[in-house]
Design a protein around this ligand. Structure first.
Ligand code: ADE
Ligand code: ZN
Length: 318
């Protein structure tokens, strides 16, 4: 069924580069380097985690295998080829300088390598949004924002990681610096925490987009605010279901958010971790809510309006 949706041109605004690494890719690279990763794989070869905290821990161990710019070129080429094969024509890729270039001096080389890998793939346009990892703290986030602002090539700046850690206000200086540098802003919020986290994020960081934001569906006044302010949500239903933040596709709040006039877009977050693909997400949403090509095309047009790209790219895409 997923194959039907592969022919529809799709836009994906929320895809983590490290989180899109297939387990086979990480296993092969670990073998080449003689690294022992411990117990991050299940018997069937997939990533093995049981809850949000474990997911983040496994993610960081798997990412530790990526060590050189060449590793990143291979990964970004593989990730972009997989997205292009399922009909994604434009994507915005999150990547974490704290994980791929802990020593900031390596960032320019690693980032150039990532862009080179992406440029090898025809039929798909990519933009890059370096993110600060929230549980690594606000001081380090400010350091990352500075590095990102000083290195040409990024389209945005974001905040991901464990939303339960630190007061979001502490990240305001990093976001102010990124805004000053002309970067588009997005922050994960309302994924594992409630509507108050989304509200606090809007107040503290004024991002153009929120990663996930699904908790807003529990708060009509907040949905009205998001709609009124035109803040767009990067919704990743399969991720939310896999992480047990939402019971089932039929119960997922994406349809209620859309009905309330909130701008929603559709993404996969970390597809191999959640056993999903964007084409599979469309198939599941079609089944759960009867969403048709017409609905998906509307959401893809909205995604391009919210994309961190120039107007020429925007109109060329959809
Ligand atoms: N980093 C990668 N995937 C993430 C998610 N779903 N939530 C927070 N941080 C992440
Ligand atoms: Zn994410």
């Amino acid at each position: 069924m997923a194959r039907d949706w592969a022919t529809l041109p799709k836009v994906e605004l929320h895809l983590h580069l490290e989180g899109a690494a297939p387990p086979e890719f990480i296993r092969a690279l670990a073998a080449e380097k003689g690294l022992n990763l411990g117990h991050i794989f299940a018997a069937d070869g997939s990533y093995d985690w049981a809850d949000f905290s474990e997911f983040l821990a496994v993610y960081e161990v798997a990412t530790s295998v990526l060590q050189t710019p060449e590793d990143y070129t291979r990964l970004s080429e593989a990730v972009l080829r997989a997205r292009a094969a399922e009909g994604v024509i434009y994507t915005e890729i999150f990547l974490a300088p704290q994980l791929c270039a802990a020593d900031g001096s390596a960032w320019a080389d690693v980032f150039a390598a990532i862009r080179e890998g992406a440029a090898r793939v025809p039929g798909i346009e990519a933009r890059f949004i370096p993110i600060a990892v929230r549980h690594m703290g606000p001081d380090d986030a400010l350091r990352v924002a500075r590095i990102v602002a000083d290195t040409p090539g990024a389209s945005g700046f974001g905040l991901a990681g464990d939303e339960r850690q630190y007061d979001v206000d502490a990240f305001a200086p990093a976001f102010a610096l990124a805004r000053e540098a002309g970067l588009g802003l997005t922050a994960h919020a309302g994924e594992i925490c409630g509507p108050e986290s989304v509200r606090a994020t809007l107040d503290a960081l004024s991002p153009a987009r929120i990663g996930h934001g699904i908790a807003a569906a529990r708060d009509p006044a907040l949905m009205a605010r998001l709609a009124e302010e035109g803040v767009v949500l990067e919704v990743c239903p399969g991720s939310n279901i896999a992480l047990a933040l939402c019971g089932s596709w039929a119960e997922h709040p994406v349809a209620a958010l859309d009905r309330a006039g909130v701008g929603v877009t559709l993404s996969t977050d970390d597809p191999p971790y959640f056993h999903t693909s964007l084409a599979q997400e469309y198939a599941a949403l079609n089944e759960a809510f009867g969403w048709s090509r017409k609905t998906f095309t509307r959401l893809n047009r909205l995604a391009m309006r919210a994309a961190f790209c120039d107007d020429a790219t925007r109109t060329r895409m959809l």
